[in-house]
Ligand binder design. Sequence first.
Ligand code: KG4
Length: 344
Amino acid sequence: MDKPIVILAIESSCDDTSAAVIVDGNLRSNVIASQKVHEEFGGVVPELASRAHQLNIVPVVDTAIKRAEITTQDISAIAFTRGPGLLGSLLVGTSFAKGLALSLNKPLIEVNHLQGHVLAHFIEPPYPTFPFLCLLVSGGNSQIVLVNAYNDMQIIGQTIDDAAGEAFDKCAKVLGLPYPGGPWIDKLAKQGDPTKYPLAKPNIQAYDYSFSGLKTSFLYTLRDLLRERNLETVDQLAAEIPNLREDMCASLQTTIIDILMRKLKKAAQDLKIRQVAVAGGVSANSALRQAFIDYGKRYKWDVFIPPFAFTTDNAAMVAQAGYFKYLDKDFCPIDAVPYAKTKI
Ligand code: KG4
């Protein structure tokens, strides 16, 4: 009998330290240590993220190996996120992966974080068939990806400024909500009126996105409300306007989703593709998930929405991407260095 293919994967691109094990394409463990240290700063502090990764990486990898009920000798290859992400954070995962690969004499596989998000759709069925479109929306990216094969992807549209997750987080901060603001906006929007505060939508070429104008429009709406009432803080305003935060959240969320879905619909129609997926942290958003279901019904798409556990950063997706690369014998040299920015 052939030896099973065992991939140990490490993800450390931002503020989650994660390790996963996949055996013959089946996920055996996926351990994630999130970093609470950033909450009080309203955003990820890169230096603190690197230090927390250093503290977390050994126990996280150890737990992933134990939960998968394997030994280090069973490992066929070690996959790691090489980028894009925070350089200091990536360095911790990359260095650890290299050290382990050297000590165990195992091959290394580099994984692009964005490809990992897309390939998260192959962790559990139902799987999309090629070619399919994937809307990749996270704290750092907003892209429409044309996926031709596991290891053949093309970005056909992307944000020219902020990412969708960034727009959620920065607007949440203006409202005085904790970081990350996306889940808070999702929650409050459920009680809000999405038509109450009309916000600016961009007019951008082709399949590209822009969210900076929307952010400014959100800020100016609040500024004008404050001026009209001669008030200084959002708390004072919320005390005077019932449901202010809920209505602002609902208006913002509905505008972001409308911007995302219109471009995706255009791409799907132009390319005549009806297999459409969503990935990345923002795909946890309940209204975006519903929009996918609604568009799917209206335009006869087969829609693929990842389970919640695989929407945010996790090593399971890196393991899945690593497994496909292993099958292609696509290994990387031991001197591979991380990169902060890249295309797929
Ligand atoms: O992919 P991800 O975990 O990592 C990075 O890009 O770093 O995405 C994180 C982003 C954050 O901007 C967060 O606010 C957003 O995903 N997010 C959400 C929701 N859950 C997470 N945005 C909107 N609604 C949500 N429920």
